[in-house]
Design a protein around this ligand. Structure first.
Ligand code: PGA
Length: 251
């Protein structure tokens, strides 16, 4: 049985979350040398990215040395689709901070298996991710590792869960039929090899799943529960996301 670790937890009032998260992340970036970093997309980190840009864009020493590695993305969309995570993140964070070194999935690749292998090869030959920043899905997914994903899964093409498709329909004007059904994702095995993991969680809607992931059983039906087996996890949350939290277990 794998060892269970206790995560470090930082929290703030809901309205102070972005400033707190940006400060904690930047402090970590500042100390890293040429780090390979994965950033999540979605609603949770949006204001944190605005804060990073507003407060720290002039710190060229930090951003010029950073390598961005795409955590997950849709498959089968044209490369210029604005909803691709790499393009969304480009607009929100990478372009304003002029982070040029980007290792991303080619959504339009015709050989999807070769595309996933290309990314896995990059990771295998360049070392693991230094700073892995994650969000958590309401179903407990990490990146596109949906419930049921093997804990040692590699980077691969996956079928998106129905609740992920429904949740992401907001980016297609609510039209579920237009949401891609497949995506690329780093595997849970790759995520677990990261040297440092930050999990960003906000809002009452995530309170149940956060408590389940950190205090419940470690099970493949809740992919984020694997974080209990990682020795270096920091949770950055607002009070709303923590209101059901019974306190981390450890042993
Ligand atoms: P959200 O997405 O920040 O939009 O809730 C998180 C996720 O699905 O991983």
């Amino acid at each position: 049985m794998s060892k269970i670790y206790k995560p470090e937890i930082f929290y703030s009032d809901d309205e102070d979350f972005a400033a707190m998260a940006a400060g904690i992340l930047f402090e970590h970036f500042e100390k890293a040398t040429n780090p390979l970093v994965s950033f999540p997309t979605g609603s949770t980190p949006q204001d944190t990215y605005k804060e990073l840009v507003a407060r720290y864009a002039d710190r060229r020493d930090v951003w010029d040395n950073m390598r961005y590695l795409c955590l997950d993305d849709y498959a089968g969309l044209p490369e210029n689709d604005e909803r691709l995570f790499k393009n969304w993140l480009g607009r929100q964070l990478l372009d304003p901070l002029k982070i040029k070194n980007r290792i991303v999935f080619n959504s339009a690749a015709s050989d999807t298996e070769a595309e996933a292998t290309r990314m896995q090869d990059y990771l295998d030959s360049n070392g693991s991710v230094d700073v892995m920043i994650l969000g958590i899905g309401s179903n407990g997914h990490l990146a596109f590792n949906e419930p049921g994903s093997d804990f040692d899964s590699p980077t691969r093409l996956v079928e998106l869960a129905q609740d992920t498709i429904e949740s992401n329909a907001r980016y297609w004007g609510g039209d579920i039929s237009r949401v891609p059904h497949t995506g690329y994702t780093l595997g849970l095995g790759d995520i677990m090899k990261a040297k440092k993991i930050f999990l960003l969680v906000t809002g009452e809607g995530k309170a149940d799943i956060l408590d389940k992931a950190i205090n419940g059983d470690v099970t493949e039906s809740v992919p984020a529960s694997i974080l209990q087996n990682h020795p270096n996890v920091t949770i950055i949350a607002d009070k709303s996301a923590l209101f059901k939290f019974k306190g981390p277990k450890h042993g």
